[in-house]
Design a protein around this ligand. Sequence first.
Ligand code: AMP
Length: 461
Amino acid sequence: MNFSELGLCDELSQAVADLGYTAPTPIQEKSIPYVLMGRDILGSAQTGTGKTASFTLPMIEILASGRAKARLPRSLILAPTRELAAQVADSFEKFSTYHKLSMALLIGGVSFADQNAALSKGVDVLIATPGRLLDHFERGKVLLTDVKVLVIDEADRMLDMGFIPDVERIVGLLPPLRQTLFFSATLSDDIKKLSDKFVSNPKVIEVAPPASTADTVAQHLTWTTPKSKREALRSLLQSEDVKNAVIFCNRKRDISTLVTSLKRHDFSAVALHGDMTQSARLEALQSFKNGEVPLMIASDVAARGLDIAGLSHVFNFDVPSNAEDYVHRIGRTGRAGKSGRAFTIAAGDDDRKYVSAIEKLIGKAIPLTDGDTAPAKTSAARSEKPSGKASKSASGTASKSASGSATKSSSDETAKKAENGRGRGKSRKSSEAHPGELAPPPDCKGNTLHDTGHVPAFLLR
Ligand code: AMP
């Protein structure tokens, strides 16, 4: 099956070919013909399945004829987070290279003025987060009475984030005669009930069983003690061939502590969480996406939908307390047929509960890191050949590696003391609550989880 067989025009087939897509993914194959027919869609697809193109491509085809009038967008895509909305806008731009369609992105944290200017010229596609769209509507800058196609993306996330009342209000401003494409990572009973309010006689499309994990992600679980989690993470960063990784924390406040700790250990890392300003978030994401900084320490704001090309690893510094978040987090890697590796660092009784909830949800046990699945590489081999990426880096970075390693043991001492000192504050409580913790097991390469002192150059500041 190729894209033109789905009913897409030559220009769109060319645009996807330019991007290197050779064949449609299952969600694209199943939904594009129905969207082109004008049907409503109730779609469930895992992140990373090519869902964005499954609605943007046929929308471009539908919108290709016709013209937008000032302040009257012809279609609307609602996304729960700024990052997701920006990503959809990015895809839209790439897919519409050969079409003259206009677009506006309405997200919070950036100036109203540019968004207003775009709206006043008239847009074919409006991509927005619900709050910012309503702000514009209340200021009289946009009217939704001309919207012919509505997309509600990541509806389950909208529900979790409490955005449904805003979405309902927005949908109330739209003409009742329209096409609605409703997408959610999972189709739970709550989501199906919710979708009834928005779609009419939809074509139901499910491409993967709810909450299943992709086979392309090799999953591992490491047990340690609460106070050894940072050390366990560093050990994994050193023993794994990490090209780029998202490291998830459950609490926003722990993110900056972890970034500081990693930097103190000479790793290069940025933070991404919802309390940062929009410009700081975009800047962090940009430096991570373009490979300047290989580690991004993030909250669940980054767990859904974010598309980072060729992400090699995901680390759960904390076991997510919501089992579905696990699926979304590890789904950042192993995307579009590439393989990826995911490690979860667990410590304490609560984590036992969370891990069993996750294993129940995904229907299998997460292999311990001392399992035999990973190809064995000796640490000696790694020391001799620090990293293929290190030699690829600029020479400045490579020499930083050498000095980073050389100075590491003394800075380790200081860092450990500093961490222990901080740990005696609030976070110490968790270790007191679980005094009889397991000793760190060996990792998947058979190395004991301790700081080997060797850090791949690529990960260094
Ligand atoms: P999405 O699930 O929409 O976030 O897409 C995940 C990734 O898959 C993105 O990097 C897309 O560029 C890529 N992708 C989408 N469709 C295809 C396709 N048909 N062939 C190859 N890659 C694709």
